[in-house]
Design a binder for this molecule. Structure first.
Ligand code: PRX
Length: 664
């Protein structure tokens, strides 16, 4: 295909519009665009009334709130602040005595294929038992508990148990290193860590407890009094006398009744660390009332949830998607959900399709990277291809975490959705708590690659650097003009950084998302064009370039200086490219390969394997201005393999560009 014809084709693809079927509209919770617009108008006319009504409808309050929004200390907004409730009560107890109590809450499929069903009633009993375990260890309301667990029912039990006693959890993704874990434990001041001896992924047993031990010892985590270990596999691990104990033994000794601790609506439900533009991860603090409200409402709205649905969100509980759409949203909504321990390619790349068929999944929510890698694996093998499976149970598909390219969208739509299922491309962030911009299955005409329109009550806009609206068709900065209930409350322990990062003065008090976006001229649909800060999105995982740079320069015996940039990648969305100046000579050939490998493994140890640079280039220096500033835009061009067309006249050392243009 010539360049012109492929350009024409991709324009055609992006102009395609898929209207919801009449049957989908008729059966939907928000039936059609008029219904969507009516909700938007309601929110516009009486903003607080709109939210207050929903908060009363969707949540059980122990003590009703009288004030909806408190903006007196903006941007530290408070929602429903004099109301009292408990998140675990709203996810579990609330269903007892209703038909949901005996419904399956979780269909768990282990890495090896074993399946377990847990009903709401059973889950409540287990959560209560584990809540009693935490209490027996002296964990109290307001204490922080770090959870470093695999994707298992026990992971959700640990989160819910914290919520039940009013302890603030901080889940750390099981792929993070001891160093990353240690930083989070210390920043949060956690009193306990809940972990597993091992995790099973793709048939392999990977250590978790040993990493916790390393983190606590190396990081001198003085606040940690207890480590509670879920025994996922029979393999023994080191247990520290007086500090460590096994989850099952502790639970067996406890009652399965534990009244929920009632907390204020603003009580911090959790802190979840994410990457920003400095080297230090940010502890994003979420509230109880506002957060849970939106997790529940977006289950209903975005996924058009019905009683009979079998919902499956493939995200790990270590990320925000696993918080809102595994641990809280589906339970608050009384849904049946699938939790999967393993990886999409084990035992082979048809695992997802097999599971959809077996469990009769109706709503499937995953990341574009997973789709792109499965396209590659399945298109070349008939037996693995989704057409070899019965996927007729599906009715809605979702995408999250990164832009989905129109080609991947079309493949998903045709091959998984059978051209029948709407795709909800949900744009949101750790900080937003829940979906912000997304199609509604029974209302929004779909355009591949576009997350379409904000949810009712959500005031996203595109502005210039002074906070002025830009016309449709012109790119700009994505902001949210008014607060919303599930917004980030602060950065744990660093309110100044919260203000500076998200509410810069020049933006008129709007929330700065950190993404660029553009609205289409015809429909006003949003398309996210990518981060405008030093944050990368690799396989839907958020990584700070400064974080990786700090890790590289921490290898003090080797590295003098490092700069990290992203480059577009067909499979992972973005790939990490590091430019490194060594303390010694610039290596070449085999030496360069060996050193690059050493550094990649070093980064994996410092942060985690997800942060490993795909490529490392060595040079005797980095391109700098005369004032010593690294010119990252030049590095971005070099990483892409583009000729440098930018003005290099301010460059101190232009000859360095030739050296850095070469891959090793
Ligand atoms: O750049 C946007 C991208 O992911 C970032 C948020 O990452 P994180 O906090 O880890 O949360 C991911 C899961 C919600 C955003 O700033 N992003 C997320 N969803 C989309 C997206 N980019 C384009 N389209 C999306 N649907």
């Amino acid at each position: 295909m010539s360049a012109t014809s492929s350009a024409i084709q991709s324009t055609l693809v992006e102009n395609r519009v898929f209207e919801p079927s009449a049957a989908t509209v008729a059966a939907a919770r928000i039936p059609g665009m008029e219904a969507y617009q009516a909700l938007c108008a309601e929110a516009e006319q009486d903003f607080e009334g709109f939210w207050a009504k929903r908060a009363r409808e969707h949540l059980s309050w122990h003590k009703p709130f009288t004030q909806t929004l408190d903006s007196s200390n903006a941007p530290f907004f408070k929602w429903f602040q004099d109301g009292e409730l408990n998140a675990s009560y709203n996810c579990l107890d609330r269903h007892i005595g209703t038909p949901v109590e005996n419904k399956t809450a979780i269909i768990f499929e282990a890495d090896g294929g074993e399946v377990t069903h847990v009903s709401y009633k059973e889950l409540l009993a287990k959560v209560s038992q584990f809540a009693n375990v935490l209490k027996s260890k002296g964990v109290q309301k307001g204490d922080r508990v770090v959870i470093y667990m695999p994707m298992t029912v026990e992971g959700v039990i640990a989160m819910q148990a914290c919520a039940r006693i009013g302890a603030t959890h901080s889940v750390v993704f099981g792929g993070f290193s001891a160093k990353a874990l240690e930083e989070r434990i210390n920043d949060a001041g956690a009193v306990a860590v809940v972990t597993a001896n091992y995790q099973m992924r793709g048939g392999k047993e990977l250590p978790l407890k040993a990493i916790v031990d390393e983190a606590i010892t190396q990081g001198d985590c003085k606040t940690v009094r207890n480590v509670i270990v879920f025994q996922r596999t029979p393999t023994a691990v080191n247990m520290v006398e007086g500090r460590d104990s096994f989850m099952h033994e502790e639970m067996a000794a406890q009652s399965d009744v534990c009244p929920a601790e009632i907390v204020g609506a603003e009580h911090p439900l959790f802190v979840l660390y994410t990457s920003g533009s400095t080297g230090k991860p940010k502890g994003v603090q979420h509230s109880t009332g506002g957060y849970l409200l939106w997790a529940k409402m977006t289950m209903d709205w975005t996924f058009d949830l019905k009683d009979s649905d079998i919902f499956w969100c493939t995200a790990d509980i270590g990320w925000i998607t696993g918080h809102s759409y595994v641990a809280y949203g589906p339970l608050a909504a009384g849904a049946t959900q699938i939790i999967f321990e393993g990886v999409p390619t084990y035992p082979n790349a048809s695992r997802f399709w097999q599971m959809i068929e077996k469990h009769k999944c109706t709503i499937f929510y995953t990341a574009p990277t997973a789709i792109r890698s499965l396209i590659k694996a399945c298109d070349s093998d008939e037996k693995l291809h989704p057409k070899s499976f019965d996927l007729s149970s599906l009715r809605i598909l979702g995408s999250v975490g990164e832009p989905i390219n129109p080609e991947a969208w079309m493949w998903y739509y045709k091959n998984i959705g059978g051209e029948r299922c709407p795709i909800v491309d949900t744009f949101w962030q750790t900080e937003t708590g829940g979906h912000m911009i997304t199609p509604l299955p029974g209302a929004t005409p779909l355009v591949p690659g576009s997350c379409t329109l904000p949810l009712p009550g959500i005031t996203t806009a595109i502005v210039d650097e002074m906070g002025n609206d830009v016309p449709n068709g012109s790119g700009g900065i994505l902001v949210v003009k008014k607060p919303w209930p599930s917004m980030i409350r602060t950065i744990w322990g660093d309110p100044e950084r919260f203000k500076k990062s998200y509410f810069p003065e020049e933006l008129k008090g709007y929330y700065l998302a950190g993404d660029g976006a553009v609205r289409s001229e015809d429909r006003g649909y949003f398309r996210i064009t990518g981060r405008i800060d030093d944050v990368l999105n690799v396989s839907g995982h958020r990584m700070g370039t400064m974080e990786i740079e700090s890790a590289l320069v921490a290898k003090t015996d080797l590295v003098a200086e490092a700069a990290v940039v992203g480059r577009p990648d067909d499979l992972t969305g973005e790939a990490i490219v590091a430019f490194v100046v060594l303390k010694g000579q610039v290596p070449t050939g085999e030496d360069a390969k060996k050193l690059a490998n050493e550094l990649r493994n070093w980064v994996a140890k410092e942060i985690g394997p997800i942060a490993k640079p795909k490529e490392i280039r060595f040079g005797e220096n980095l391109p700098k201005t005369r004032s010593g500033k690294i010119m990252r835009r030049l590095l971005r061009s070099l990483a892409k393999g583009e000729a440098v067309t930018q003005d290099t006249s301010t460059l101190e050392n232009p000859h360095i560009l030739d050296q850095l243009a070469q891959s090793n």
